[in-house]
Design a protein around this ligand. Structure first.
Ligand SMILES: [Zn+2]
Length: 241
């Protein structure tokens, strides 16, 4: 019998313990058409501007990963044939793609921190993808030279290779930290403990995503294009080697 998707236990997020887990074993707790839920997973779901992980579960493809109700994570599989509730399954995430997402994501935090520090800009949107990412800033002036300079400052930070740490902090305590939420109009989730991502010496953010352990892993940020997106919205496209 299929378990209702509205009645799911939470999925343990293995990527919070260790973002570098490439494969894992888990138990299937729900199958609904091509939507598969496990008791634990290393597949990171789409959200917060990040694309979802893809890869393999058992013998079949995972085409996308999304957030489900009650803190569950749904794997959208090509086919659930041969899989049954209660049985174990081995998962492999597409690591090359995922590692680029981690490097891109930490790059986006670093760029946001530097733009915020230098100009006071807030982030109005972002899209983190393996090949090319973008960030939108609320920025009064559209000054390409200055934006290029901030990208150069980001690369200087990468060259110093500071650590990137993740940990949990009590909500009230975390919200005291200036700039903990740089996304304009973003309210952190209504939970007792917030997950914090800190680039030592540069940035501290409430964030649920996957990141590299040290800034040097990014190697370099290549700005691709700056766009004027209306009154006070400036868009930066960038990539990494
Ligand atoms: Zn983030």
């Amino acid at each position: 019998m299929n378990r209702l998707l509205s009645d799911l236990p939470m999925t343990k997020k293995l990527f919070w313990d260790d973002a570098y887990i490439k494969d894992f074993d888990a138990k299937i707790i729900s199958i609904d058409g091509n939507q598969l839920v496990l008791d634990q997973t290393a597949f990171h779901p789409r959200g917060g501007g990040l694309v979802g992980d893809i890869g393999i579960l058992g013998d079949g493809k995972v085409l996308d990963t999304v957030k489900g109700p009650d803190d569950s994570i749904i794997h959208l599989v090509e086919s659930a044939a041969g899989l049954s509730i209660g049985s174990s399954v081995h998962g492999n995430i597409d690591w090359d793609r995922r590692y680029r997402i981690m490097r891109m994501h930490t790059s986006a935090h670093l760029l946001s921190a530097i733009f915020n520090k230098e100009t006071g800009a807030l982030i109005t949107g972002n899209q983190i993808e393996p090949d090319k990412s973008r960030i939108d800033f609320s920025l009064e002036n559209f000054d390409r030279e200055k934006m290029l300079l901030h990208c150069k400052q980001a690369n200087e930070a990468i060259a110093k290779n500071p650590s990137v740490k993740t940990y949990f902090m009590k909500r009230e305590e975390a919200l005291q930290i200036p700039g903990i939420v740089k996304l304009a109009a973003a309210a952190p989730p209504d939970v007792k403990e917030l997950r914090i991502v800190e680039i030592e010496g540069y940035d501290i953010q409430a964030d649920g995503g996957v990141h590299v352990k040290s800034l040097g892993e990014i190697t370099k940020i290549d700005p691709l294009k700056f766009e004027n997106k209306g009154k006070s919205n400036r868009r930066l496209y960038f990539t990494i080697p």
